[in-house]
Design a protein around this ligand. Structure first.
Ligand code: ZN
Ligand code: ZN
Length: 136
């Protein structure tokens, strides 16, 4: 039996109830030494990587440092994908994302990208019109 456990038992003997026991142990700094089995948690514990990490961006942070880290990370990923044509096959053709991310220039992907760019420009034009006085 460890000294900590012995001391804890003495405290527990004197304490009125469990709450007081815990309080006394805490005050004596014995609670940590007892180390009751931590409740089991499923899955990976959440990791706080701080700002300036692309994984923090993926979690939802949009601060400048995380944006920049994510941009650099994605540029590196795209370079890897572009160097591997089979990656585009796995991603599937006829998609704008395959054109952009996997650098695929096949006909279906190019068509999808052109349609995407056209829609994007139309959205921007509409927004610019709305901001400059709205539709009349
Ligand atoms: Zn951040
Ligand atoms: Zn393609």
């Amino acid at each position: 039996m460890t000294d900590i456990r012995k001391a804890a038992l003495v405290v527990a003997d004197r304490a009125v109830d469990a709450d007081e026991c815990r309080l006394l142990l805490d005050m004596l700094g014995l609670l940590g030494g007892l180390a009751p089995a931590a409740p089991k948690r499923r899955g990976r514990r959440p990791v706080d990587r701080g700002h300036g990490d692309y994984r923090t961006y993926i979690k939802g942070c949009r601060c400048d440092a995380c944006r920049e880290a994510h941009r650099v990370h994605m540029a590196a990923r795209r370079a890897v994908w572009a160097a591997d044509p089979s990656a585009a096959d796995r991603a599937g053709h006829g998609k704008r994302s395959t054109y952009r991310n996997y650098h695929c220039r096949c006909e279906p992907c190019t068509t999808a990208n052109t349609a995407g760019v056209t829609a994007y420009r139309a959205r921007r034009r509409d927004r610019a019109l709305a901001e400059s006085g709205g539709a009349r």
